[in-house]
Design a protein. Sequence first.
Length: 178
Amino acid sequence: MTLIISQSLLICCLLLGFTSFTESKNLEASGRHPLHLSSMELHYTTKGGTVEMSCRLFTDDLENALSKQFKVPADLSAPSKHKEMDVLLKKYIAIHVQLKGNGRVLGLNYIGFEKDREAIVVYIESVPVKALKKLTIKNSLMYDLFDDQTNIMHMHFNGERKSTKLDYPNRNAVILDL
């Protein structure tokens, strides 16, 4: 009797393991991944009084978001399309990211982007804000594409690091409050 139960359990484990393996291979083959995540590093520079940001997003997801938003094919890997993609990314960031320093909206300057393996890193800098005491962010990156998107933000201020995250549909977070 225990031999029959053991064999049945072994068969179930093999079938479940094979199903999970083939599902993950199908996801890889289709070019999709089950994780919808972005990460953003924010650094306040006391010398210039600006907030420097770098945002890391999956290349394929960002291309899909740009294509959906602007109704044009997006290719962030082709060097010949870099300038065209800069224009789209600048617009996309302006729509989906906003900083408020000490209660007032901060202008953002799009610096550029670079490809880093499977990700795109976008660089942004705020206009100067003196004596930063409170920083809030609106971050809805990729929300137009995924309803399970998570955006993680790490704030570096005076040698300390504070992290927070936004899960769809939440768009606003206080990153710094002194």
